[in-house]
Design a protein around this ligand. Structure first.
Ligand code: APR
Length: 265
């Protein structure tokens, strides 16, 4: 592990120049500079909204309205946000590398709004809901508290299409993510505490397959001992250093789509 030094940055940039396949593995920290709160740490969502009240299947059974209100608030946060230089730079990588994938734990849609196309959403999507009976997934852009909406197919109760604590990830999403990360030349682990499984193990698996792994975070995490290089600081700042020491130059501004516009399109 190396701390953020000029040498570490140079090593990362040299590797990037030779890389053909890169994957960005992201967590809530990548959207922090877009104004979306993270989950843990001071000001983290789980401090003010205990997990067992809003993010488990039992919580939804007990009080679906409370859980929906929590996720509608998350939608309103996401709608106010726009991709920051980290999302934008990663989207720009699609034009530089033969493959650029995004494996994200985030549900906010900001990678897509920035223009990324190959995205695996490990923990679901804030803008979809799913029937608790027939499992039908549908687009859902409601923003305000409402009566609980029944499934238009079977009348079942609709729930957020989010993977809650105690639930399994979609096996196809997990398998594709694992394949992308094992096959990559470089994996960037951006803005995640690395404490939630099985997501965090994707990084360990990639490392075992000799993939060069780079972490971008404000401080040390559970994955710091695992990765090859850690760059400490705000990821948006690291990606966009105006003095040319950023990872790669920024993609053009036209990629900076406001989420609200993407939702309208
Ligand atoms: N730049 C880089 N890193 C940042 C920034 C920033 N601007 N801001 C915060 N961070 C880092 C924090 O230091 C922390 O390590 O982002 C991380 C956020 O950690 P968490 O809040 O735990 O978010 P995440 O790792 O995405 O959580 C994983 O847990 O609760 C579940 O389903 C939820 O997908 C989420 C999962």
């Amino acid at each position: 592990m190396e701390t953020e030094t000029a040498a570490a940055l140079k090593l990362v940039r040299d590797r990037l120049l030779r890389a053909r396949k890169v994957v960005a593995f992201s967590g809530a920290g990548i959207s922090e500079e877009s104004g979306i709160p993270t989950f843990r740490g001071s000001g983290g969502l789980w401090n003010s909204h205990p997990i067992e009240e809003v993010a488990t299947p039992q919580a939804f059974q007990r009080n679906p309205k409370l859980v929906w209100d929590f996720y509608l608030e998350r939608r309103r946060d996401a709608l106010r946000a726009k991709p920051n230089p980290a999302h934008v730079a990663i989207a720009g990588w699609q034009e530089r590398f033969s493959f650029c994938g995004v494996v994200t734990q985030n549900v906010d849609g900001l990678h897509r709004a920035a223009g990324s196309r190959n995205i695996q959403e490990l923990h679901g999507n804030l803008w979809q809901s799913r029937c608790t009976q027939c499992e039908r997934v549908s687009e859902d852009r409601a923003l305000e508290a409402r009566d609980l909406a029944p499934c238009t197919d079977c009348g079942g109760l609709m729930r957020p299409h989010i993977v809650w604590f105690g639930e399994s990830l979609d096996p196809e999403v997990l398998a594709t993510s694992a394949r992308w990360m094992r096959d990559a030349d470089m994996v960037f682990v951006i803005g995640t505490s690395g404490v939630v499984e099985p997501a965090a193990s994707l990084v360990r698996d990639a490392k075992r397959c000799a993939v060069f792994t780079v972490e971008l975070n404000l401080s040390k995490t559970a994955l710091t001992p695992v990765v090859d290089v850690s760059l400490f600081g705000k990821c948006g700042v690291i990606f966009s250093r105006a003095d040319g020491s950023g990872l790669l130059e920024q993609a053009p501004n036209r990629r900076r789509t406001k989420l609200s516009r993407w939702l309208r399109d």
